[in-house]
Design a protein around this ligand. Structure first.
Ligand code: PLP
Length: 600
């Protein structure tokens, strides 16, 4: 393609994008196709001879577009938002056009320097502790853009693992892998499955901690689990707290978790705020970022809630040297003479890096912090509106605390009618939502995602949801439970008989259960595994340990008694264990830890 053709088709593509965005509501939000649809439409081999770009564009509209789920559609309420905006698209276009591979300062100075500047803008806009801002006086921290939150979690875990192994190893020449069996990480049942994946890849154990009825990690159980593991000779090295869980957008109490982590020097506290971390751009949401001063690392995805298109995920650490030393490799062919230029290849997994900072810079400049705040506040107001509509209808209930854009709701029936409702919603092609299990209940996740979402979108969606629900209730002659909306609200399981409504004849209508029914948005730590009763679950490489609160309590009491006895013996022998080796560490009560111990 020559430059004139590029100019011509480039303009056509921009026109196409404008048209697409303007008239997106004329398209179904999601296709109802079966896998393999595209194979039937495209040849099995690449063309030998060049084809005209016009033909390619036409095929794009006729063959590709019908298989697209429109994540930026006003009726897309699934998952979390896929951040997107025109400024971001334009920034990304320039990044693609430049096509630089910025692994080191020397390989693209502008990419390296803009990334540092934008990450500091971003950190300050979110009100993050100064320790994460690389240009703050005395800071040893900083941030880098990664491809995904999963990568951020993995990079943090690998760094924590390297630090813990280095401490255990001391000056010995023992191979690092010798220490792997003793390392143990912790995350809540509601944490994202990327934590489980990261521990699998890093060959370390993961202990899953139960969550309370609002989906927040039980800090008392975390504390007990760590204590038990320390007593058992394990090395707790990584704890993940989540701000904005995938299933119900619950916010873990970072302060309380941080206080526990501070008591064991080998623990690295990572805070995953993939979606909701961005909301800290609003001062009123910073009640949930309290405690971040305890964190060693924090991630949030501008490609979820900051109008920046995929891929862009921000990771900050309070000690860049620890991160770099965990990932540093320095072959001759990558070295350069500008030693004070930042080489972002040491901040993550890939060598090659796209110029991602450009799109984020475009977004910050064209919206301003105020514009981004307005956008998030609009999502919050609309989610509240939807919540209010659901709560006003006694046939439904809302299961989560609605703080941001996510509302988890269900009919006050058993799970099966709710499966049917979601199937109807998604099969209609007119709205798109996903399921989750929140606090042990099947819920339908309704997430406000569209950049320009309005109250009308919410009202329209609610009216359609209601009429679909009415149809299901009528056709299946279901009664609604009058139980209040409580975490333990009555639930009828699908195996229980449903009581027919008196006086109404059954209406025979076949409900199409689409394939999407089988799909479940269980992106948190494997719930199937969690729900299993067994205590040790093999995940294919190392045991995942599930906390049984009762057994844990008993173990804890036993371990505390043993510990007490050991301490007495140690004191009587006049020796002390200064390096804090596992058996001798005793965690203080959380209330014993002074907040001042947490520095910025
Ligand atoms: N963490 C949380 C809390 C999430 O909700 C998600 C995805 O929704 C992730 C991590 C994984 O994000 P990514 O797709 O960027 O890896």
């Amino acid at each position: 393609m020559n430059v004139e053709e590029f100019r011509k088709y480039g303009k056509e593509v921009i026109d196409y994008i404008c048209e697409y965005g303007t008239n997106i509501e004329e398209r179904d939000v999601a296709p109802t196709l079966d896998p393999g649809y595209l194979k039937k439409l495209l040849p099995a081999d690449a063309p030998q001879s060049p084809e005209s770009f016009k033909d390619v564009l036409e095929d794009f509209e006729r063959k590709i577009m019908p298989g697209v789920v429109h994540w930026n559609h006003p009726k897309f309420f699934a998952y979390f938002p896929s951040g997107n905006s025109f400024p971001s698209v334009l920034g990304d276009m320039l990044s693609s056009a430049i096509g630089s591979i910025g692994f080191s300062w020397a390989s693209c100075p502008a990419a390296a320097e803009l990334e540092t500047i934008v990450m500091n803008w971003y950190a300050k806009a979110l009100g993050l502790p100064k320790a994460f801002v690389s240009d703050a006086p005395g800071s040893t921290g900083g941030g880098a853009l990664q491809g995904s939150a999963s990568e951020c979690v993995l990079v943090s875990l690998i760094t924590a693992r390297a630090r813990a192994i280095s401490e255990l190893k001391g000056q010995t020449s023992v191979h690092d892998s010798v220490f792997l069996p003793s390392l143990i990480a912790y995350a809540s049942r509601e944490a994202h499955s990327s934590v489980e994946k990261a521990t699998k890849m890093a060959l370390v154990k993961l202990r899953i901690i139960d969550a309370d009825e609002r989906g927040r990690m039980r800090v008392d159980l975390l504390r007990q689990a760590i204590q038990n593991d320390v007593n058992a000779g394990l090395t707790p090295f990584f704890v993940v707290a989540t701000v904005g869980t995938t299933g119900g957008c619950a916010f873990d109490d970072i302060t309380e978790i941080g206080k526990v982590c501070r008591q064991v020097s080998s623990i690295w506290l990572h805070v995953d705020g993939a979606y909701a971390g961005n909301s800290f751009i609003l001062p009123e949401m910073r009640v949930f970022s309290a405690g971040l001063e305890y964190a060693d690392s924090f991630n949030t995805n501008p490609n979820k809630l900051l109008l920046t298109n995929f891929d862009a995920s921000a990771l900050w650490v309070r000690d860049v040297m620890t991160l770099k030393s965990a990932l540093n490799v320095n072959p001759l062919y990558l070295r350069h003479e500008h030693l004070n230029g930042v080489d972002y290849r040491h901040y993550g997994i890939p060598l090659s890096r796209r110029f991602r900072a450009l799109k984020l810079w475009f977004v910050f400049r064209t919206y301003g912090v105020k514009g981004l705040q307005e956008y998030i506040r609009n999502h919050m107001a609309l989610a509240k509106k939807f919540e209010m509509l659901v709560r006003k209808d006694e046939r439904f209930e809302v299961r989560n605390d609605v703080h941001l854009g996510l509302v988890c709701f269900r009919m006050r029936t058993g799970d099966e009618p709710n499966h049917m409702l979601l199937a109807q919603i998604n099969h209609s092609g007119k709205m798109h939502m996903t399921p989750a299990k929140f606090n042990g209940r099947y819920v339908i996740r309704f997430c406000v995602t569209y950049e320009h979402a309005t109250e009308k979108d919410i009202l329209d969606a609610w009216s359609q949801i209601k009429s679909m629900a009415e149809e299901i209730l009528r056709d299946h002659q279901l009664e609604i439970s009058s139980a209040p909306t409580t975490p333990e609200g009555t639930e009828r399981t699908s195996s229980e008989p449903v009581a027919p409504v008196a006086g109404k004849p059954p209406i025979k209508k076949k409900l199409t259960r689409t394939k999407s029914l089988r799909f479940s948005f269980t992106r948190s730590i494997s719930r199937e595994q969690y729900q299993s009763q067994s205590e040790h679950l093999m995940d294919g490489c190392t045991p995942i340990l599930v906390v049984d609160p009762k057994a844990l309590q008993e173990n804890f009491q036993q371990a505390a008694a043993d510990n007490e006895r050991n301490n007495n013996n140690t004191n009587n022998n006049g020796s002390s264990n200064k390096n804090g080796s596992a058996g001798a560490t005793k965690l203080k009560d959380i209330s014993d830890v002074d907040t001042d111990e947490a520095s910025n």
